[in-house]
Write a protein that binds this ligand. Sequence first.
Ligand code: ZN
Length: 393
Amino acid sequence: MPEVLFKVDLNKPMEEQATPGHNRWHPDIPATVSVNPGAVFRMECKDWTDGQISNNDDPSDIRDVNLNRVHVLSGPVWVNGAEPGDLLVVDILDIGALQESEWGFNGIFAKENGGGFLTEHYPEAAKSIWDFHGIYASSRHIPGVKFAGIIHPGLIGTAPSHQLLDKWNKREAALVATDPTRNPTYANLPTADSAVLGKLQGAEFDRIAKEAARTVPPRENGGNCDIKNLSKGTRIYFPVFVDGAKLSLGDLHFSQGDGEISFCGGIEMAGWIDLHVDIIKGGMAKYNVTENPIFKPGPVDPNYSEFLVFEGISVDEFSGTQHYLDAHIAYRRACLNAIEYLKITAGLTGEQAYMLLSTAPVEGRISGVVDVPNACCTLWIPTSIFDRDILPK
Ligand code: ZN
């Protein structure tokens, strides 16, 4: 087993850990550990909410969740010799659940606190707890389904430079300013409330907390990409923006559907991840990888071969308004079509089907994005995850 460089105690909040991690992006958050290129090491992670969700049948913890706590991350890891302009090569060697925590959660955030992709249709909080059986997951809250997970970190990334952070803050503030009272908000701007910045305290904490970016969106540094295929065996190439690269990660998922549509996650879990890191000097300019990471998925993938596929087009379901090649609306329509179908054939409520699409290894595709005026998005559901035949007869 590789050396554990970052340990977590699941009974303590992140700021009370022996080595606290962080829940914001900022170049001045100090690194917690350092490694040499070529190192293999293990990082333990809390779940993304810092342990706010309990293994029970009551969704009030989802409803009342403090989203200013998210995402609690393990790190930053300083990689000796990494400099701005390099590529940081990260191999995900293995991932697993912690022995004392072989379960995960999914849910639907209330519209007033978080929302989600289908929040206009499902505004009330709900929760599903998932139990792990080796590579399989099942839930007492969503009967009749069982599937193999594609375990992955929802969030992994390098620290931004001051200049890049400033760019993020300006562009996201400009978006929020177009509709400042919108619910859910267009973006989560910096807030010191519930910020954890390693061991920093006092004036330095106040300065950084005020300007540090929230971890909610994916950005140029990777971050919360929620790509289900970043599983075991994946090699990721990250742009390096600061000395030491300052790699951080968390938000482990036992499984997730493309789009992570409920926003309250895939199957959210605490766990461990084994990494190998290396550096390609000057790699950003050498390969023109300057704006976002690239990655090569690993060979481990559930081997589902038969799917039932739902289509959606870019027409708003409330007003019937025609939108121009809008993949967001088209994917929403595909998801809604799937949920309505699963209510009949899988015996699920709308909420259960919504949570299933966020957790099961469903494929989401932009199938057509040129056939004006409709984008066509498709949602591919593996048919064998159900204990019954769900095809039309
Ligand atoms: Zn997550």
